[in-house]
Write a protein that binds this ligand. Structure first.
Ligand code: HEC
Ligand code: HEC
Length: 314
C-alpha cells in the first residue's frame, strides 16, 4: 500500500513538473527581438553578408517597383516599414509599391509557423538560410512574433503626422536624443553636404521608418538607443516623433509620403497619381450633375403646357 501511494505521489509530481516545464517552454520567446528589429531594418549590414548582384528571386514577380540590386533583398523594401506591405505606406500610390503582402499575420503565430518562411519550407524563393545563422533567425522570428505594432496607433496614415504630443516630446528628446542629434535635430546630416537632410526631414517624410528606428535603434550605429530597451511606451515614442517633426528642416520642400530609398538618401517624389485620379473623379461628378440638370430641364419642358407653367394635376 505504501509503495502504491508513494508511486502515485511520484507520478503526480512528475506530471506536474512536466506540465510546468511545458508551460514555461511554450510561453518563452527565444531570441532577442530588438536585435531582430534591426535585422528586419537591414539584415545585410547586421549580418555582414553580401547579397548576389542580381535582384531577389521574388522581385521579378512584380514590375511596379523598378529598383534593382541590393535593396531588393531587404525585408523593408518588400514588406514596408509599417509591416503592412501593399496595404500600408507602400501602397498603390507609393513608388515603392510591389503588391507584396505585409507580415502582421506573424503576430501570435508559433515559432515554427514563422521559421518556415526563412528555411525554404514555405516558399523556396523566400529561403534566407544561406545568409542567416541560427541566432539571426531566432532574433528575427522573435521580432516578427512579438514586437510588430499597428503604426496607425501613432501616425496619421494620410498625413504622416505623429499622433503624439510635441509638448510632451520636448523633455524626452532633450534628455535622450539631443546629445547626438543636437537640440535642433541638425547635428547628424542624413543627406550629403550639398543636399543635407536633418532629423526633421527624415521624421516628416517617412515617419514609419523613423518609428522603427527609434524603437529598435539603427544598424548604422550601436550607440543609438532602442527605446524598446529603454522601456518606453509607444505613446512616448509618438511624443518624441511629434517633437522631432517640428525641428529644423534642411529641405522643407520634401513632403510626407515622399519615398525613402535604401540609404539615408531621400528621393523627392511628385505624387501626381492621386491628384490625377481626384481630378478625374471631380470631373465625372461635375459632368454627371450637368447631365442630370439637362435631363430634368428637358423632361420639365416636355411636361410644360402652352402657357409656360408646370402642369400640376392635384
Ligand atoms: C523580394 C521581396 C521580399 C523580400 C526581400 C523579403 N520578402 Fe518576405 N515575402 C515576400 C513575398 C512575395 C511573400 C509571400 C510569398 C508567398 O505567399 O509564398 C513573403 C512572405 C513573407 C512572410 C509570410 C507572411 C504571411 O503572413 O504569410 C514573412 C513573415 C516574411 N515574408 C518576412 C520577411 C522578412 C523578415 C524578410 C527579410 C529577411 C523578407 N520577408 C524579405 C517578399 C519578400
Ligand atoms: C548615441 C547617439 C544617438 C542617440 C542618443 C540617438 N541617436 Fe538617432 N541616430 C544616431 C545615428 C548615428 C543614426 C544613423 C545616422 C545615419 O544613418 O547616417 C541615427 C538615426 C536616427 C534615425 C533614423 C533616420 C532615418 O530614417 O534614417 C532616427 C529617426 C533617429 N535617429 C531618432 C532618434 C531619436 C528620436 C532619439 C532619441 C530617442 C535618438 N535618435 C537618439 C545616433 C543617435
Amino acid at each position: 500500500m505504501r509503495r502504491i501511494l508513494a508511486f502515485t505521489f511520484f507520478a503526480l509530481l512528475s506530471m506536474l513538473c512536466l506540465v510546468a516545464a511545458g508551460r514555461a517552454w511554450t510561453g518563452q520567446v527565444l531570441g532577442d527581438p530588438v536585435r531582430g528589429g534591426r535585422i528586419y531594418d537591414n539584415w545585410v549590414s547586421m549580418t555582414g553578408r553580401t547579397v548576389p548582384e542580381t535582384s531577389h528571386p521574388l522581385w521579378d514577380t512584380q514590375d511596379s517597383n523598378r529598383r534593382t540590386g541590393a535593396v531588393t533583398w531587404l525585408c523593408t523594401e518588400c514588406h514596408g516599414w509599417d509591416y503592412k506591405g501593399a496595404d500600408g505606406a507602400y501602397g498603390m500610390f507609393s513608388n515603392h509599391y510591389t503588391g507584396f503582402t505585409g507580415i502582421m499575420g506573424m503576430v501570435g503565430a508559433s515559432q515554427q509557423d514563422v521559421l518556415v518562411w526563412f528555411n525554404g519550407t514555405a516558399n523556396t524563393a523566400h529561403d534566407f538560410s544561406s545568409y542567416f545563422d541560427a541566432t539571426d533567425v531566432m532574433d528575427l522570428v522573435a521580432f516578427l512574433r512579438t514586437r510588430q505594432i499597428d503604426t496607425n496607433l501613432m501616425i496619421d496614415q494620410f498625413t504622416g503626422r505623429s499622433l503624439g504630443d510635441p509638448q510632451r516630446g520636448v523633455d524626452l528628446y532633450e534628455g535622450t536624443c539631443a546629445e547626438c542629434h543636437g537640440e535642433d535635430g541638425a547635428r547628424i546630416n542624413f543627406g550629403t553636404e550639398d543636399e543635407p537632410l536633418f532629423l526633421a526631414d527624415m521624421t516628416v517624410v517617412d515617419p514609419w521608418r523613423s518609428v522603427h528606428k527609434i524603437r529598435f535603434g539603427t544598424p548604422v550605429s550601436r550607440l543609438m538607443p532602442a527605446t524598446e530597451e529603454l522601456g518606453w511606451s509607444l505613446g512616448r515614442v509618438a511624443d518624441v516623433l511629434a517633437y522631432a517633426q517640428t525641428l529644423q528642416r534642411a529641405n522643407p520642400s520634401l513632403r510626407p509620403f515622399s519615398a525613402v530609398a535604401t540609404g539615408p538618401v531621400l528621393e523627392s517624389q511628385g505624387r501626381v497619381a492621386p491628384l490625377v485620379w481626384a481630378s478625374v473623379v471631380l470631373l465625372l461628378i461635375v459632368l454627371a450633375g450637368a447631365g442630370y440638370d439637362y435631363y430634368q430641364q428637358r423632361s420639365l419642358a416636355a411636361r410644360r403646357p402652352a402657357n409656360g407653367k408646370p402642369n400640376r394635376k392635384h
